[in-house]
Design a protein around this ligand. Sequence first.
Ligand code: NAD
Length: 476
Amino acid sequence: MNLPTRLFVDGASRSAANGGRYPLTNPATEEVFTEVAAAGVADVDAAVMSAHHAWEAGWRDLAPGKRAEILFNVARTLRDHAEEIAQLETLHIGKPISDARDEAGLGAKVFEYYAGAVGKFCGQTIPVSRGGFDFTLRQPMGVVACIVPWNFPFPIACWKSAPALAAGNCVVLKPASLSPLTALRLGELACQAGLPAGVLQVLPGAGSVVGDALVTHPLVRKVSFTGSTEIGRRIMELAARDLKRVSLELGGKSPNIVFADADWPRAAATSPMSVFANTGQDCCARSRVFVERSIYEPFVEQFVAATKKLVVGDPAKNETQLGPLVSAGQRATVEAFLADARGRGSQFASGGGRPPAKGFYLEPTVLLGVGREDRCGREEIFGPVVVIAPFDDEAQMLRDVNASPYGLSGSIWTNNVSRALRVSRAVQSGVLSVNSHSSVHVEAPFGGFKQSGLGRDLGMAAMEGYTELKNVYVAE
Ligand code: NAD
């Protein structure tokens, strides 16, 4: 397989202006397998200028039908290359190949959805009180910087760039330094599918260099970021200087609430993958499970049994459910949380150690008896660790759920419709599922309350977020 290892700027691959490169390590083998160009500040400027010219030279004013046709072609081309994209994803971040295949398909579907949205995204006519004719336009912003994380590199790159492009913007995409390959391939394939040169650029490199330069570049009109709350906060501060538009999809500590009246054996059987999928490196991971006390013991027993059946191992194998963590550093971070839990006397109902294989693996870990103030109960771990606790009273449980500074996702398990509606209203988070763990739907808005973010990805809400709203009044 040919690896895309150079920057993608103005429709072509090129080296970094200063010749910088950095190594990529396969997390399943701990071996360096290639080097990738590391963009510097001069490359950021070149990419933003190229995007700006492409915008002014035509993408901004292209007939909607033509824009839609190109984006449909991108979707088709991505589908044709889905297996290659999946293999690249598994190689650089250790994602199990079956998940990587699903996510390659999801990326193509996102382009299809927004290609279709181009002709359905409208302004309004408004009956203003003084008479005359009043209407709104949704106008593109110009150059948009999309900064994405390493846990879902390809689908998030697609779900940021596709609506931005569909709304008539040009994009500079910055993948996380650990996961540049699928973003680079996206740039190449989109261009091959007919996206004009300069409309989508891809710049791998260090966040502190490329990210900062993008966020402070005067021609970047909007920054769409997915990543940690810490970096999101920094981006918002930097963007405030020029009042740049920002949307932020950040961390989470999502609850999974199981009532005794639910089909709780189904909840117990499915909940392990709601937190351990992607080896827990998932912003929507249901990492805090609240179980009504009357079913707590059998629930934990079944949860632990289901956890022990999970297949942890080589991400290249079809049957693998959990691969390694993305890096040695990420595993060390998660292990520091486990050390804290040990020190505070939490009970390890399952896991807690490293499997005896090479690679950055860690066993899926179930913690009981974690105190409200303990780090494992409060902070985003971003690894395969879950905390399960009983509750007696719905109102107190909701206070505990909402005490988190995060509010991204969550599940509610109950067969009582009134309770489902009441609790859905009460939980402070942007995305919830009842009797399911599904968080992401291409057609529906995705994003967080509180410190989990600002703005929404996906659905038509994302298109709105990549436009300025203009009102025009015409006197009669
Ligand atoms: P991160 O914040 O370290 O990095 C995210 C991106 O920001 C990367 O491309 C990185 O290179 C870049 N970056 C780093 N420093 C920067 C700076 N100073 N300026 C601009 N950009 C900079 O996050 P990560 O470790 O890649 O991803 C994990 C985090 O992402 C977790 O907190 C997770 O919850 C969150 N996440 C959120 C969502 C969501 O939709 N809410 C989805 C996936 C991941």
